[in-house]
Write a protein of this length. Structure first.
Length: 369
């Protein structure tokens, strides 16, 4: 019996030692596997556009037609409503792209603003104050007194020069007729020199076909200035953003502005329009009679497209921002943007457009990590 017990004990010892030895070998083998390189990481930068929908102050401007947006006007536009408008816009701007970059938009093109006063009130709002936004703005000759502007965070963007590109439309009399100017801004975005155009092309009032030429005129003004940049630098990094009042495949955008949504067949000097594909999937920034469109677009020159991009920044992805609180959830406009006005009725909404944004990326040098 003792012999059997001793034999069993020996077998148990040998077995445990063998298992332990195998485990050590396995552990050693595992530790000697070459470490896989860390996945590529990038800095992100958000470039956004938003139609602020009739962002007026409450003070009468004798030069423009703003009577509708006065306390005595049809909308009874009081200080209370104005302050709600400022707060609502700040709520949206704060959240655009914030799930990708906590800082939100580094640059933000804005349209339907009356003057620099409303922009000052917006960037000083508690929700945005810590971002230290500044802006570039010029008064345009639009009869309604609405302008375009570029908001920016100085930690990301430094403007160098800017100018307004005048858009004159044909009129039935000999008097000149102007729509919103196009704002051109050249600056440094992180480490890259970029050229930004903020647009708000003529509306479709009177019908899409009848008004197409007006938008095509605006597109050609923008394109003409772009061509001067390409003549000096074919690899210029250009961003065209705005409410174009046309879809990506419409004539003014695809032909007059010269853009394409397909990289395989794109011409050398065409702008790349990522919203062609987004619209084809049934998405949109605004709707009319349940038909979605993307009037709010951000286009880029091909020098932003990897892997042949120039500079450090390149185009990552394109997005429509529509959080739950920004959407109508009942009634005849269910699913539409929750707008500020329905006729003269204040809806306490945000805008009749959803904002758009693109993510620009800069590769982090792994040696610097």
């Amino acid at each position: 019996m003792r012999y059997i017990k001793n034999t069993v004990h020996c077998l148990l010892f040998v077995t445990c030692f063998t298992v332990l030895l195998c485990s050590c070998k396995a552990a050693i083998k595992k530790d000697t596997v070459p470490i896989k390189p860390m996945p590529q990481r990038h800095h992100s930068c958000i470039a956004a556009f938003y139609n602020f929908e009739n962002f007026y102050d409450t003070i009468n401007n004798q030069v423009v037609d703003d009577e509708e947006f006065l306390p005595s006007g049809a909308k009874h536009y009081s200080s209370f409503i104005y302050n709600k408008k400022v707060s609502n816009l700040a709520t949206v701007v704060q959240k655009i792209g914030a799930d990708i970059n906590d800082d939100g938009p580094a640059i933000l093109g804005a349209v339907e603003i009356e003057n620099d006063t409303v922009l000052q009130d917006l960037i000083k709002h508690p929700l945005l104050k810590n971002r230290n936004y500044l802006f570039v703005h010029e008064n345009s000759k639009d009869l309604r007194g609405i302008d375009v502007a570029l908001l920016y965070q100085p930690k990301y963007f430094k403007p160098l020069i800017h100018k307004s590109l005048t858009v004159q439309l044909p009129s039935r009399n000999k008097l000149p007729y102007f729509t919103r100017d196009i704002l051109y801004v050249k600056g440094i975005l992180l480490n890259d020199t970029v050229h930004i155009y903020v647009n708000h092309w003529p509306s479709r009032r009177g019908g899409q076909k009848r008004s197409t030429e007006s938008r095509s005129i605006a597109a050609r003004v923008c394109r003409s200035h772009i061509n001067t940049l390409f003549a000096e630098d074919p690899a210029a990094k250009i961003i065209v953003m705005g409410d174009l009042n046309d879809n990506p495949s419409d004539y003014s955008v695809s032909h007059a502005l010269q853009s394409s949504g397909g990289l395989k067949m794109i011409k050398k000097s065409d702008l790349y329009n990522p919203w062609v594909e987004v619209l084809a999937k049934g998405n949109g920034t605004l709707a009319n009679r349940d038909a979605w469109g993307i009037f709010d677009q951000i286009l880029v020159s091909q020098s932003w497209i990897p892997p042949k991009h120039t500079g450090k920044l390149f185009l990552g992805s394109s997005h429509i921002f529509k959080d739950f609180f920004m959407v109508e959830h009942q009634g005849r406009f269910k699913g539409y943007p929750l707008r500020t006005w329905d006729g003269n009725q204040f809806r306490d909404g945000f805008s009749d457009h959803f904002p758009t944004f693109v993510v620009l990326l800069e590769k982090i040098d792994q040696k610097m990590q």
